[in-house]
Design a protein around this ligand. Structure first.
Ligand code: HEM
Length: 401
């Protein structure tokens, strides 16, 4: 394998983050499984492989259920990061069976389809209020004024976080999510540790209050679930907040950017609102909000003739899989009428997004409200992507109505 790709696949460069899809095309064609020294991972870029590896039990989001760090040939994280890792490892996302199965089942007892469906009118009303205020101001930053407040408020309502405390949620979440980027700095790690401590402390107190005096909210419901420890409850709430809003914000921002750059596609949804649900799936495919997920290799495997030994890490390139011509007709075109759309943005296999139905409700509400109430939305300046590659989204989206 040559190193010719290194300058092209460069997740730390602003140019690559702004437009990664051409580099992915080269990876898929020339080197679908490729060792990437800077992050010491195997990059996997084809849809078929990403989809298969997400479902392959010889890989895991964690290896701690089968081995120690040393046995896996890795080093344990430094002691000072312990509060972050404890919190992280108490959520279901970084657990593997049988723990993952138990946790997902227990959390699903409280985070039920009925509870989620009951939120639909609440979410719609909230989206309409946010959009009304946005229109009254003549527009502004769509991310700060609509995209962010909606999912954060929804998850806060769902969990039962009192209004007066909600302003903490996004800073805590942003600090913690910094750890999910490639090779986080010491400063990022320290901020994540502080946020993990504060957020855990906050949730522990809230869960105890709700246990003694339950309300109709998810923290109370989780506190009543038999077999879920307090630490697991806290890990679950943090996961729901983090997983539950960062990506939704970025689908909204990336999605509107894409629509404003493709007025013919925007026109089609305006003319036929029945296309909206399919259009949202297409926007999630076209500019993928979570570009990469990692897996540990628990047994030696081989992909396209490349042996990948136990203890390695693979980086599954969701953005690339979503643009693979082997899975999508004309993948570089935005097509809101696309029918056959097996995008991988919600993952696959046992960790498939638990919040996908809620995310779809939120996105339908905010895109729907904006289309109805701000039909003349116009880009005021070219938006810039935030530096993050894994969780990829716009800094701001300045538009006029
Ligand atoms: C458009 C928005 C969203 C996207 C693109 C998204 C994407 C994903 C993906 C790709 C995974 C799997 C990660 C992996 O396999 O390594 C995942 C897992 C998860 N997501 Fe989402 N998500 C979104 C919204 C939400 C929402 C709104 C919630 C909850 C309120 C949520 C909760 C979760 C949880 C709990 C998991 C872990 C599931 C498990 O480990 O079994 N997500 N999400």
């Amino acid at each position: 394998m040559s190193d010719a790709f290194d300058p092209v696949f460069d997740p730390w460069s602003a140019e690559f983050v702004a437009a990664p899809y051409a580099a992915y095309a080269r990876l898929r064609e020339e080197s679908p499984v490729r060792w990437f020294e800077p992050s010491r991972q195997y990059l996997v870029s084809r849809h078929e492989d990403v989809n298969a590896l997400l479902r392959d039990r010889r890989l895991g989001r964690s290896y701690l259920h089968v081995s120690t760090h040393e046995e896996m040939g890795r080093t344990a994280p430094p002691d000072y990061q312990e509060p972050f890792w404890t919190l992280n490892n108490n959520g279901m996302l970084d657990r593997e069976p049988p723990d993952h199965t138990r946790l997902r089942r227990l959390v699903s007892q409280a985070f039920t389809p009925r509870r989620v469906e009951a939120l639909r009118p609440v979410v719609r009303r909230l989206a309409e209020e946010l959009v009304d205020a946005f229109v009254a101001e003549g527009g502004g930053d769509l991310i700060a004024q609509v995209a962010e407040p909606l999912p954060v408020t929804v998850i806060a309502e769902l969990l039962g976080v009192p209004e007066a405390d909600r302003h903490h949620l996004r800073p805590w979440s942003a600090a913690i999510c910094g750890m999910y980027e490639l090779n986080p700095s010491r400063e990022t790690a320290e901020a994540a540790v502080r946020a993990s401590e504060e957020f855990s402390q906050y949730l522990r107190a809230l869960a105890r209050r709700r246990k003694d005096d339950p309300r109709d909210d998810l923290v109370s419901a989780l506190a009543a679930v038999e077999g879920l420890s307090e630490d697991e409850l806290i890990g679950t709430c943090v996961l729901l907040l983090n997983a539950g809003h960062e990506a939704t914000v970025n689908v909204t921002g990336n999605g509107w950017r894409a629509l404003l750059r493709h007025p013919d596609q925007l026109r089609k949804i305006k003319d036929d609102p029945g296309l909206l649900d399919g259009a949202i799936e297409e926007l999630m495919r076209f500019d993928t909000p979570l570009q990469m997920f990692e897996r540990w290799v628990l047994e030696d495997i081989e992909v396209h003739g490349v042996p990948i030994p136990r203890g390695s890490e693979v980086a599954l390139l969701f953005g690339s899989a979503n643009h693979d011509p082997a899975a999508f007709a004309d993948p570089e075109s935005l097509d809101v009428t696309r029918r056959d759309n097996p995008h991988i943005s919600f993952g696959a296999g046992i960790h498939y997004c638990l919040g996908a139905p809620l995310a779809r409700i939120e996105l339908a509400a905010s895109f729907g409200a904006l289309l109805a109430k701000a039909p003349g939305l116009r880009l005021e300046r070219e938006p810039v992507y935030k530096p993050g590659y894994v969780i990829r989204g716009l800094e701001s989206l300045d538009v006029s109505v």
